[in-house]
Design a protein around this ligand. Structure first.
Ligand code: ATP
Ligand code: MN
Length: 296
């Protein structure tokens, strides 16, 4: 790997910067830190001041990995403990306030970052909703794209804006920015209804519950990320999978040109950012809308 440039932007000293996290691409801990410094301006609003679950892999993706939702002894000092107002044991959830915090996560071998859909300014009112499109066996990539477009149409018909990103794994995530007005129950009911309506209109294409028998050839419209305590991978987060894929925000216009859900990686993101004239999600935060009157 190249020698890391001096890092003036943050105060975290990485131990073992040459530790290999993704053996197939030769991606090191220092390489991961460099990547996150580059995407920080775009990623920050999606991970600052909201509870984070982490997939930690201290020995890289080929070693043991574990999913962590609570602060731990020995974590970097720039990671902060968040008080969940509904949990008597306060100060247990993982949060960050700044780039130092993100570097603290890198130091802690967090190879995936999964935030809540709510910030800790409004614990009980999510500020986004996410529809996770999970293709079953035999579903082509074009069908996943078509599903995302149909989801967009339905969200817009409900007065919401819709943005799309690759999962970095198998599918796409469609996200609607919300004004934090409706509560968890309202958002869950809304997404449940949305998924059910879409599956009812095309039962041969979509399902809404995990069922192995029915899954084959269909796309699971997973709305269950929209409940208190659930998480989904952050925009720009890396995935602990071969090739160091990342969950990449894309524009609706470029969606048809993508080759697959893991097309964007830690290795090709710098070039993408450099060649992009505008952030495909530039309007995300200005597009927040309150969820309208929800049935149920
Ligand atoms: P894919 O495209 O492969 O479906 P994805 O990001 O949509 O990628 P997963 O990586 O399967 O889906 O993760 C789904 C969610 O399940 C995560 O956001 C997280 O909330 C939860 N999760 C993932 N791994 C674990 C784990 N080891 N333990 C508990 N929960 C997990
Ligand atoms: Mn998924």
């Amino acid at each position: 790997m190249q020698t890391p440039a001096p890092r003036t932007a943050h105060a975290v000293t990485l131990t073992h910067p040459d530790r290999i996290y993704w053996p197939d691409g030769g991606v090191t801990k220092a390489g991961l830190a460099d990547y996150y410094e580059a995407v920080w301006p775009r990623m920050a609003p999606f991970i600052i001041d909201r509870p984070l679950a982490l997939l930690r892999c201290p020995e890289g993706i080929e070693g043991p990995c574990f999913f962590q939702k609570n602060v731990w002894k020995g974590m970097n000092a720039h990671i902060v403990a968040l008080d969940d107002p509904q949990n008597a044991q306060h100060g247990h959830l993982i949060g960050i306030h700044d780039l130092d915090g993100l570097m603290g996560l890198v130091q802690g071998a967090a190879l995936e970052i999964h935030p809540w859909e709510a910030s800790c300014r409004d614990w009980e009112q999510p500020d986004q909703l996410v529809m996770d499109l999970d293709p079953g066996e035999g579903v082509g990539w074009a069908s996943v794209i078509a599903a995302a477009r149909e989801m967009r149409v339905r969200l817009e018909a409900s007065g919401l804006a819709a943005f799309v990103k690759t999962s970095g794994g198998k599918g796409l995530h469609v996200i609607a920015p919300l004004e934090p007005v409706a509560d968890w129950a309202g958002v869950k009911t809304f997404t449940h209804t949305l998924a059910q309506d879409m599956a009812a209109d095309s039962p041969e294409r979509f399902i809404t519950t995990v069922s192995k028998v029915k899954r084959h050839g269909r796309i699971l419209l997973d709305y269950l990320r929209n409940q208190r305590g659930a998480t989904s991978v952050a925009p720009y987060s890396t995935r602990a999978r071969p090739g160091a894929p990342v969950s990449m925000p894309v524009s609706w216009a470029e969606l048809d040109t993508l080759t697959g859900p893991a097309q964007f990686t830690l290795g090709n993101t710098m070039e993408r950012l450099a060649s992009q004239r505008t952030d495909p999600w530039a309007d995300f935060h200005a597009a927040r809308r309150p969820l309208g009157a929800v049935n149920g």
